[in-house]
Design a protein around this ligand. Structure first.
Ligand code: CMC
Length: 431
């Protein structure tokens, strides 16, 4: 925990309460209100946590004004351009870029944990065949605690480490198998001679009857999508993982909770919703109609892939993703993709509209990722599972950080109660 160098004074009914202020290495100062209830008998109120730091962390930093995303201090555009996903995983987990020997060892560890216990296939087969792959992932990841007992004791640092490696390694297999199950094709086992992204693509697209060569361009694009989604500080799913973990829940249960939260359309589910929106718009001439709906106060409709709680200038992940979309479509020979055309014109139209400019609503990472994923051959239902695969390392890194703090407590928010008080129960005949 940071040292307090300044303080804030809160005056309630004439009584002054001094509150310590902590200065971070980057970002705004933080007022510590932890003892406020004990000292003044009041709670603070911040639904949606718009002004509340829920923890201290050294992993990821976002400057929403500048449009900056740093992992352990390294800018995301440098990591997306020069590094690769497993190296970023190492960085997030351990705090430093690995040496060549450390990276080789780490990649070997992850590669050798990619298989799933054979009996876990029964879990996949228990789902309806048209189940959404995210539903399967929530269930199967939660079920891992029934298969890997030797990595559920969170008080044992070695077990925490093994659980971390297992989750990062097995998540692509789980996502790929969820997909295979939903389209009625046989499960494809992981191969240890392939890199992380290539292995995932092969498990998704190979069939036993044919040879499957992973296209290195697609593998590189896949790896970049994983890298861009690896962590994003205290977002909704990460906070869900931390809250679940605060009760002492096992790692697989915590990550299953994170996956469930990610699924929502305001969070990771936006990539599926965004591509579906672009398809629904269909042609550029319909863009004004959809923009008008998004601006209408009486219509709950929103432009998916626009806006962010923290980024108020641009989402640096979206910038890289847009370049990737252009590259992948060109390399795949997909000329004049109508969806990309709608996306580009929608972006331009929204940015030129005072409603979006005034509210600082810019395209986020999900605006372009779906276009790439669709060009690769993924159905929209796989977009959010791919986000979940990538974000697993972020969840795990934040989970490990939380558990390594001996002061961590169960998360237990308070409330502003506005309900009835002290009513006498009335018998049903008298109501
Ligand atoms: N389209 C139209 N209006 C919007 C949009 C949008 N996409 N996003 C926000 N607004 C308006 C909103 O109606 C509100 O207007 P007013 O002040 O007049 O009531 C104002 O902008 C602020 O919105 P908010 O909901 O209070 O902002 P928030 O910080 O709580 O929500 C958000 C952030 C990402 C949930 C929201 O912008 C949104 O729903 N976007 C669409 C879904 C999306 O793309 N989500 C992916 C986020 S990035 C990937 C990830 O990290 O998960």
């Amino acid at each position: 925990m940071a040292e307090s160098t300044k303080s804030a004074t809160l005056i309630i009914d004439g009584k002054e309460i001094e509150l310590p202020i902590y200065s971070p290495t980057a970002g705004p100062d933080v007022i510590d209100i932890g003892k406020l209830y004990a000292r003044a008998g009041v709670f603070t109120y911040d639904p949606g946590f718009t002004s509340t730091a829920s923890c201290d962390s050294t992993i990821t930093f976002i400057d929403g004004g500048k449009g900056e995303l740093l992992h352990r201090g390294y800018p995301i555009d440098q990591l997306a351009g020069k590094s690769h996903y497993l190296e970023v995983c190492y960085l997030l987990l351990y705090g430093e870029l690995p040496s060549a020997a450390e990276l080789e060892k780490f990649e070997g560890l992850i590669t050798h944990h990619t298989m799933l216990h054979e009996q876990m296939q029964n879990f996949f087969r228990g789902f309806r065949r048209d189940a959404h792959p995210m539903a399967i992932m929530v269930g199967v990841v939660g079920a891992m605690s029934a298969f890997y007992h030797d990595s559920t004791d969170i008080s044992d640092a070695d077990q925490r480490e093994i659980a971390s490696h297992r989750l990062i390694a097995k998540m692509p297999t789980i996502a790929a198998w969820a997909y295979k199950y939903s389209i009625g094709q046989p499960f494809i086992y992981p191969r240890n001679d392939l890199d992380y992204a290539s292995n995932f693509l092969r498990m998704c697209f190979a069939v036993p009857a044919e040879d499957y060569e992973v296209n290195p361009i697609l593998s590189r694009a896949m790896d970049r999508i994983f890298t861009l989604h690896a962590d994003h500080e205290q977002n909704a799913s990460t906070s869900t993982v931390r809250l679940a973990s605060s009760s002492g829940a096992n790692p697989f249960a915590c990550i299953a909770a994170g996956i469930a939260c990610l699924w929502g359309p305001a969070h990771g589910g936006a990539n599926q919703a965004c591509l579906e929106m672009l398809k629904e718009i269909g042609t550029p001439d319909r863009i004004p109609e959809f923009i008008a709906r998004a601006k209408d106060k009486n219509d709950p409709y929103r432009l998916m892939g626009f806006g962010h709680r923290v980024y108020k200038n641009h989402d640096p992940r979206a910038t890289v993703m847009k370049q990737s979309a252009d590259e992948v479509l060109e390399l795949l020979g997909v000329d004049n993709n109508p969806i990309l055309q709608v996306a580009k014109e929608l972006e331009a139209a929204a940015l030129a509209d005072p409603y979006f400019a005034d509210k600082k609503l810019f395209p986020n990472v999900d605006f372009y990722s779906g276009i790439i994923l669709e060009a690769m051959g993924f159905p929209t239902s796989m977009f959010t599972p791919i986000f979940a695969v990538a974000r697993t390392v972020g969840w795990i890194s934040q989970w490990k950080e939380q558990l390594s703090d001996p002061q961590h407590k169960i998360g237990r928010p308070r409330q502003l109660y506005l309900g009835e008080v002290n009513r006498d129960y009335s018998d049903i005949e008298t109501r």
